[in-house]
Design a protein. Structure first.
Length: 88
């Protein structure tokens, strides 16, 4: 279980960096990233709370978070669409 916690920390750190790069671009790209970001965190916390209350193990909850983080990393690692890039 401890390995899962460590990996979640590393994976989350990568997503934070990728997200910050998108936010620094400003414009529509930043808006599209910032708006759902808070909702994602609230949804994940609610799901984790429900799972723990239902008796699921902390390891399973960490797995849930790692899946979400991996999905964000995949999405954020992709190229920006041409319509969202800043003209510079």
């Amino acid at each position: 279980m401890f390995d899962s916690w460590i990996m979640l920390g590393f994976e989350s750190n990568r997503v934070i960096g990728l997200r910050l790069m998108r936010l620094m671009l400003g414009g529509r790209t930043a808006q599209r990233e910032a708006n759902p970001m808070i909702a994602e965190k609230v949804d994940a916390a609610m799901e984790a709370n429900g799972r723990l209350m239902a008796g699921e193990s902390a390891d399973k909850v960490i797995q849930m978070y790692r899946r979400r983080v991996a999905a964000n990393a995949k999405r954020l690692s992709g190229p920006l669409r041409a319509s969202t890039r800043r003209n510079g």
